[in-house]
Design a protein around this ligand. Sequence first.
Ligand SMILES: Nc1nc2c(ncn2[C@@H]2O[C@H](COP(=O)(O)OP(=O)(O)OP(=O)(O)O)[C@@H](O)[C@H]2O)c(=O)[nH]1
Length: 553
Amino acid sequence: MATFNFNVGVLGHVDSGKTSLSKALSTVESTASFDKNPQSRERGITLDLGFSSFSVDIPEHLREAAPQCPSLQYTLVDCPGHASLIRTIIGGAQIIDLMILVVDVVKGMQTQTAECLVIGEITCDHMIVVLNKVDLIPPEKREAQVEKMKKKMQKTLESTKFRGCPICAVAAKPGGPEGDGSESLGLSELISVLKDNTYLPKRESSGPFIFSVDHCFSIRGQGTVMTGTTLSGSVAINDTIEIPSMKVTKKVKSIQMFKKPVDSIMQGDRAGICVTQFDPKHLERGLICTPGALPTVYGGIVSVDKISYYKGPVNSKAKFHITSGHETVMGRVSFFGLYQDSSVENGRFNFDCDYVYQDELLGRGRGADEEGGAPVKQFAVIEYERPVTCPQHCLVIGSKLDTDIHAHMCRLAFHGRLLEGFPDPQYQGTVLPRVRVYKTKVREGLVERCNDEYTVIGKNLFKKETNIQNFAGMKVTLSSGEQGVIEGGFGQSGKVKIRIPEGVTPETYQKYGGGSKKKGAKAQETSSEHQPIKICLTFKRYMYDPDRKMKQT
Ligand SMILES: Nc1nc2c(ncn2[C@@H]2O[C@H](COP(=O)(O)OP(=O)(O)OP(=O)(O)O)[C@@H](O)[C@H]2O)c(=O)[nH]1
């Protein structure tokens, strides 16, 4: 391979100048490279909407690591800025190695800038902030104002993983739409910062082949070409691929990278794949894969983290827009957590654990519930409103996209990974999967009387209609300190017989008397100045496991 490809996402608020920057970068560097080295003018085969590219000589620090690659191609993924296109942004962000966050230097951070930052935090480890439109600041004030904005940005980034990331000031298109005839400002510095921050991305050829198609067209007499980015695995000529949305398989006839035929491609490569003819109208965007690698799922178990910028509640049973890989559909979520981290082994969800149901997804290090704090791991069961096609372990983002975009609020609520998908349609909207999720329930009742030194009769612990037999054998604690075990119901009115293996204390016995009901009732009356003795029962009530409705904690 003579060129390696590095995918750069260009994200930011609407009108911050992402397209202008992508265009300026492609033009400037391609022309410059052309002067020095005609070979480096090679462009990616796709100059489709949002995709442009330029090549540079391989930077010094990568020369040793990639001796076979004299040139480096940057593919710029120009993501839309408009709030309504956030699904596309999330899709684009999953194929990038580095993110350029474009900020209007005059306006600073805006709502979608913040959302892009959140997406970057979830999907990407490397970022460069570009302060665009510096030409709008009068030259004499420019330096001071840019410095001020850089400081402000660094402060915003302080609490993110991008703390201290490079910030460059540019004017991608001085003068705005019509241009003022002057050259872009600051681009060569930006390119040099970009080169310094380029690394050899980890690319693996193992695992199933999954390819994100961003453009599809047919070539008469040859077939249909799908261009896009390889998300995982590899594919070679003559391999069979599946187009899940069309439910067909096709044979790979030829592959091109950088306009040159190649025999195979792997993770991270941008390429065009030519297969036997089909109508390109049926696949404008979407995923293709090794047959069977992209199952259709109706629900799933997802590891989740709350997005701290999201201000609304994230409650169980609520509906969110759920982006799973590259698809977004509505889904209902139910959250649950685990207090010891034994829940995921080799990337697989552990069904053999007891999980605590959560009415609300908790932020990290925040909140306290009956177990004394937020769980170390939180999960959600998701029920999609319609089936989705997505890879195992794909990125999942939950958002409220119907929030008014003028409300200036982050719409992204939580993110995680799909641990288990449910391929069975019976899960759709009806039966929750058999995950053992419980709520801790506490019931309180009162001692009515002592039957003898080893048995008390309790009241108000259960309702008349409760099947007390379900609670037989469970331990209770009396407020006077004794430990007891529920033996069963007593009579027809919901009373309960509790055995105290160690025997009741003399005080309790004296207070509630032994023997007959009458005597007990009398004893209670005469001790009315005393506090009644409470019976406390704590147990797990299972939500989703019909076989284990209840269990002692
Ligand atoms: N003055 C000035 N105007 C600029 C500069 N860069 C872009 N613009 C203008 O800002 C407006 C938006 O630029 P675009 O590049 O379309 O912005 P965008 O972020 O790609 O927009 P969306 O894709 O719609 O989100 C256009 O009118 C540009 O001409 C700049 O450096 N200086």
